[in-house]
Design a protein around this ligand. Structure first.
Ligand code: G1P
Length: 281
């Protein structure tokens, strides 16, 4: 299975932080957000990955591309640990970069990777969202896909005042934590939300999703919305949601970004530094 990581948006919620620095390159602990996302795909067994970026986001590509000058300098200086760290990043996966010329929305970004996917089922991992948990979120979805051979995406219960930030899904429970979807609405007001199950940003799709993406009109926020295409797909083919029990951080909100630093620093073995800082404040 291949994966698409959309990372082409302007990051408007996080300006001015994201004017020159892509949101997906914001650091969390000791690596940029998008590296956490690529590592999640690789941990789920997916190594053919297309990152959808814009021409204003060259630093994403630069992060993963080999940098000969740096490698030579590290080699010369005998900095072998640093050299292997740097090499590890460019060897992490078989990455392709696809430029989305116009920022027409998440649905349009996925459409840009139709050729790359080449008629097979594929995963989508939003490049500004970190998920933790064991199994990781994408791995959990791949396992469900293998059983059902139908599209599946992860959800979590959100607060009623948050419906305008999410795609909202409703359906009938067919197994514990798994719903057969009958309605999906992108960013509804609370009065129009069919439930409080918010789409988290991890999906597996059958290739038929492209038929519906091509038909999708400009929807919420004037963008071509993936959720709208998923809703149309649900009328013709089964599509499931899965309630992910692990933690999700939306690195497009200050709260989640700060929280991810603290919680993942502790998990990554930096808890003494965090405790030292907290004890002084
Ligand atoms: C996107 C999706 C939305 C999903 C959300 C999760 O919205 O369109 O359905 O719930 O990601 O973060 P965005 O955050 O890009 O506006």
């Amino acid at each position: 299975m291949k994966a698409i990581i959309p990372a082409a948006g302007f990051g408007t919620r996080f300006l001015p932080l994201t004017k020159a620095q892509p949101k997906e390159m914001l650091p969390v602990v000791n690596k940029p957000t998008i590296q956490w996302v690529v590592e999640e795909a690789v941990d789920a067994g997916i190594t053919d990955i297309a990152i959808i970026t814009g021409d204003h986001k060259k630093s994403i590509e630069n992060h993963f591309r080999p940098m000969e000058k740096l490698e030579k300098a590290l080699e010369k200086a005998g900095k072998n640990k640093e050299l292997s760290e740097v090499k590890k990043i460019s060897e992490i996966a078989n990455l392709q970069f696809i430029i989305q010329d116009e920022q027409k929305g998440l649905g349009h970004a996925i459409l840009c990777a139709e050729k790359f996917v080449d008629g097979s089922p594929f995963a989508v991992l939003l490049g500004d969202t970190i998920c933790t948990g064991n199994p990781n979120c994408t791995k959990g979805l791949v396992d469900i896909y293998r059983q059902k051979e139908k599209s599946v995406f992860s959800v979590e219960t959100i607060n009623v005042e948050e419906t305008k930030r999410y795609g909202i899904a409703s359906g009938n429970e067919v197994e514990e934590g798994i719903l057969l979807i009958n309605n999906l609405v992108e960013k509804p007001g609370p009065e129009n939300a069919p439930s409080l199950l918010g789409i988290q940003g991890r999906y597996i799709f059958t290739p038929e999703i492209f038929d519906y993406l091509k038909l999708a009109d400009f929807g919420a926020d004037g963008q071509i919305q993936l959720t709208d295409a998923m809703n149309s797909l649900s009328h013709n083919q089964e599509i499931y949601s899965w309630t992910f029990k692990g933690k999700r951080y939306d690195i497009g909100t200050m709260k989640d970004w700060f929280e991810s630093h603290i919680e993942l620093s502790i998990k990554s073995g930096y808890s003494s530094i965090i405790q030292e800082i907290l004890s002084k404040s």
